[in-house]
Ligand binder design. Structure first.
Ligand SMILES: [Zn+2]
Length: 98
C-alpha cells in the first residue's frame, strides 16, 4: 500500500517537471514571433498555474503592467535601467547585475 503511494507521488513529480519543461519551451517559442498582449497574458497564466518561474531573458521581454512587448524610453540610473513602457506609460526597473 505504502509503496504504491510512493510510486504515484514520484510519477506525478516527474510529470510535473515534464509539463513545466513543455510549457517553458512553448513560451520561449512564442516570444520568438512577436506575441500579442493576449498571448503573453495567457503564457504568464499558464506558467503561474504550474508554479513555473520564467527565465530572466523572457521576463525582460514584456511589460509586467500591461503584458505588451517591452519597448519605450530607456533611461539609465546609477544602479538600474528604467524603461518607460510605450503602451501603458509605467516604468520597469531592471537592476544591473554586478
Ligand atoms: Zn506597459
Amino acid at each position: 500500500m505504502e509503496t504504491s503511494i510512493l510510486i504515484s507521488h514520484t510519477v506525478s513529480i516527474y510529470d510535473m517537471a515534464k509539463e513545466k519543461d513543455k510549457i517553458l519551451r512553448e513560451i520561449a517559442e512564442l516570444f520568438e514571433n512577436n506575441p500579442s498582449k493576449e498571448q503573453i497574458k495567457n503564457a504568464r497564466k499558464k506558467a503561474m498555474r504550474v508554479n513555473l518561474k520564467l527565465p530572466i531573458e523572457i521576463r525582460r521581454k514584456f511589460c509586467h503592467h500591461c503584458n505588451s512587448l517591452l519597448k519605450g524610453r530607456i533611461r539609465l540610473r546609477k544602479s538600474k535601467k528604467v524603461i518607460q513602457c510605450s503602451e501603458c506609460g509605467k516604468y520597469t526597473r531592471i537592476p544591473f547585475r554586478s
